[in-house]
Structures are given as structure tokens and as C-alpha cells.
Design a protein around this ligand. Structure first.
Ligand code: ADP
Ligand code: MG
Length: 403
């Protein structure tokens, strides 16, 4: 993969450089609640601008349905990016239309523009190769060079990630280079014990990685929404907790393989349960009780790991040589269900090992819960992307950046 330093050496002054970033930040209305992804890619944009390029930044935000939807506008991100860069970022109100063309044409050397949400065009995420390629060609007309730096999206075979780099001379941005370097380290020479902590809500996305980690990790700690599929597989009542019933045979196979391979598989001992999902907006106090993991009432749902589990997971992290953590242990957005996630974050900080946090929400949780992000070995901007990398899959957006 070519680096942006090599691209700059070739001379980029006055060239239009398309930067595919991942600016998919959590929003509360138009307020950005965590700007980690913007800060992570800003150095790449700044470097290109300083070298005299006309920088055209593009990203997706959320999951609009292939047409404009003001809820998912990148306008607030343009403002924040401008603050971080300390310079004006002009904003195009479309991606390949008149506004984009005029905004890019108006850029002077060293200036930066952000296009509107790429997913306002159906071509971006289309499964139809021709439709994607047609959109990529429209994007290509806006630029002379391509820099891929949206690590959080490299596992997507999308027009701006996969098809566009084939149409322009391309390089990998510094964020992607860093992310890949760290993940490589996790697949090659890990210091042991290698402890993996998995949680979050996207159960099926996360189960697949276990298949590969069973060959590499020494310990796997499970929390968050995916824990309940494991508890159910072991024959326990999980009430109305998150559950992927169809994954139970897979989960049983994992537990069996873990035992055969001597991988320690750790499930919650206790959980916080409630009849109601908490109020994440007003954050009114939640009503919950703590129960053993095999005694979840049929009419309740598990929303965080309990105190015995917090202590257990902290002890399982205490001697780790390497930790990879993806997915919050509970609904951390509500303070009453944030303690499990806090305990794991603290466990990473207290461990002597190299610690990696992956996942949009996990990374945001670390910062929102008040931890110093610099105290961790690495905070990845990609959840799905880092998991798929660890699964050993070829990531379309990385393959496309190879020469
Ligand atoms: P990441 O973005 O770090 O990969 P996910 O997107 O998979 O993580 O999951 C994050 C979400 O999981 C959070 O919004 C959190 O509220 C939710 N979550 C965690 N535990 C539970 C649970 N027990 N029940 C429901 N949702 C949960
Ligand atoms: Mg997430």
C-alpha cells in the first residue's frame, strides 16, 4: 500500500485529493456526542492540505435509505472538522450534484471541503456492481487522487470504499496505516495471556470472530447483549433479553471447542435485570435488580453485568499480556447500566498488557465514561472492520488500496 507521504513526495500541490473518511459519529439531534472519529482522521486531512492539495472529504453517517434525509446530514460534522483543523471547511449539500461540483471547483490549494452523506445515494451501498460503479465514476470526476482513510468502513464493499480507488491513483491514509499495524500485531506476535472481551448489541456480527479467536486467544470474556445467547444455550432462562436463538448451535460448538482447546470461556455470573429498557434521553433512574445469571425472570431483560461478574472480569484482565475489547458490557448510555463497561475499561487500564479497544460504541463509551483515551494502547475507530480483520477476512477497502 502506498502511503500518503509517498503520494505527497510525488507532488500533490493543486491536485484534488478525495479522502474517504469515516465520520460516522454518534449524534444527539445535531450535537456530536463523541468526536473521536473526526479527530482520528484530521491529521491525514491536515497533512494533505499543508502539502497544497485541494482536499475533498467524504463519509457516510448512519443508515439513510439511499436518499437525502436531514437526520443524517454531515453538516454538523463539517463545522466540528473545521474547529479541529483550525480552518474553514466548506460543505457541499450533495455528493455528486451541482453543490459538490461547485464546492470542489471553488477550492484553493490547501483548502478542505466535506461532501454530504455518501449514503444519500443508493449507488454507495448497492449490491449491484454496475450501479455502484456508476456512482464511483461520478465521485471520481471530483478528484485526481484517492486516499482511503475510513478504517471503520473498510469491511464494506461500497462504491466510495471499494470501487472508487480502482478509478484513481490511490494511497492509504495514516489512520488506516496505524489501525492495520495494530491489528497485525494482534494476529502475529501477541504477548500472553491474550484476553478478548466481547459485548455489545450486534450479536451475529460478533459471534463470527469467536471462531477465529478460539485459535488465538487464551481467554474470552463475554458480556453485553451477546451473553444471553450463551446463557440460553446453556439452558438458562434469559427472559426478554437480547437473544439470537438461531445461533445457539453455533454457540454450543464454540463452547465445546473452547474446552477442547483449553481456551477459558467466561460468561457472566450475575446480571442487572429490568422489566423496562432505560430512559436514555432523560436518564431518569432505572428500576432494576441484580440476579444470578441462571435466575433471570421470564419477564425481565438483562441490561448490564452484575457486581460479581465485574470483579471476576477485572481479575481475568489483571495479568493480561494483550487485550482486545469490543462491545460494551451493558447499556452504558444509562448511568445505572454503565458499571460493567466501566469495570472492563478499568480492567484494561490496570492490566500490564497492550490494550486495544475496537468498536464505535466501545470507543465512545471509554471517552463518555471519563477515561483517558491515551491511557489505552490503541482505540480503534472501527468495530466491524477490526472484527473482520481478526476473523482473517479480506477487507474490500484494504484490498482496493493495494497496488
Ligand atoms: P460497538 O459499536 O462497540 O461494536 P455495538 O454497536 O455492538 O458495539 O453495541 C453497542 C450497544 O450495545 C450500546 O448501544 C449498548 O447500549 C448496547 N448493549 C450492551 N449491552 C446490552 C444489553 N444487555 N441489552 C441491550 N443492549 C445492550
Ligand atoms: Mg456500534
Amino acid at each position: 500500500m502506498k502511503t500518503i507521504d509517498e503520494l505527497i513526495q510525488d507532488g500533490i500541490e493543486g491536485k484534488r485529493v478525495f479522502v474517504r473518511a469515516d465520520l460516522n459519529v454518534p449524534l444527539d439531534g445535531i450535537t456530536i456526542t463523541d468526536d473521536g472519529r473526526i479527530r482520528a482522521v484530521a491529521p491525514t486531512i491536515a497533512k494533505l492540505a499543508e502539502a497544497g492539495a485541494k482536499v475533498v472529504v467524504a463519509s457516510h453517517l448512519g443508515r439513510p435509505k439511499g436518499e437525502p434525509d436531514p437526520k443524517f446530514s454531515l453538516a454538523p460534522v463539517a463545522a466540528r472538522l473545521g474547529e479541529i483543523l483550525g480552518k474553514n471547511v466548506s460543505f457541499a449539500t450533495d455528493t455528486v450534484g451541482d453543490s459538490a461540483k461547485a464546492t470542489v471547483a471553488a477550492l484553493a490549494n490547501g483548502e478542505v471541503a466535506l461532501l454530504e452523506n455518501l449514503r444519500f445515494n443508493a449507488g454507495e451501498t448497492s449490491k449491484d456492481d454496475a450501479e455502484r460503479k456508476a456512482f464511483a465514476e461520478q465521485l471520481a470526476a471530483l478528484a485526481d487522487l484517492y486516499v482511503g482513510d475510513g478504517f471503520g468502513a473498510v469491511h464494506r464493499k461500497h462504491a466510495s470504499v471499494y470501487d472508487l480507488p480502482a478509478l484513481l491513483p490511490h494511497a492509504a491514509g495514516d489512520l488506516i496505516a496505524t489501525e492495520v499495524g495494530v491489528l497485525k500485531k494482534l494476529t502475529e506476535d501477541v504477548k500472553r495471556p491474550y484476553v478478548v472481551v466481547l459485548g455489545g448489541a450486534k450479536v451475529s456480527d460478533k459471534l463470527a470472530v469467536i471462531d477465529n479467536l478460539l485459535e488465538k486467544a487464551d481467554r474470552i470474556l463475554v458480556g453485553g447483549g451477546m451473553a444471553y445467547t450463551f446463557l440460553k444455550a446453556q439452558g438458562h432462562e434469559v427472559g426478554i433479553s437480547l437473544l439470537q436463538e438461531d445461533q445457539i448451535p453455533t454457540v454450543l460448538e464454540y463452547l465445546d471447542r473452547a474446552q477442547k482447546r483449553g481456551v477459558e470461556f467466561v460468561l457472566p455470573l450475575d446480571v442487572l435485570v429490568s422489566a423496562d429498557f432505560p430512559d436514555l434521553k432523560g436518564k431518569t433512574p432505572a428500576t432494576f435488580e441484580t440476579v444470578d445469571a441462571d435466575k433471570i425472570p421470564a419477564d425481565k431483560e438483562g441490561l448490564d453485568i452484575g457486581p460479581k461478574t465485574r470483579e471476576l472480569y477485572a481479575s481475568k484482565l489483571a495479568d493480561a499480556g494483550t487485550v482486545f475489547w469490543n462491545g460494551p458490557m451493558g447499556v452504558f448510555e444509562h448511568p445505572d447500566y454503565a458499571n460493567g463497561t466501566k469495570a472492563v475499561a478499568q480492567g484494561l487500564l490496570d492490566s500490564p498488557g497492550f490494550t486495544v479497544v475496537g468498536g464505535g460504541d466501545s470507543a465512545a463509551a471509554v471517552r463518555i465514561l471519563g477515561f483517558d483515551e491515551n491511557a489505552f494502547g490503541h482505540i480503534s475507530t472501527g468495530g466491524g472492520a477490526s472484527l473482520e480483520y481478526l476473523e482473517g477476512k479480506t477487507l474490500p477497502g484494504l484490498a482496493a488500496l493495494e497496488d
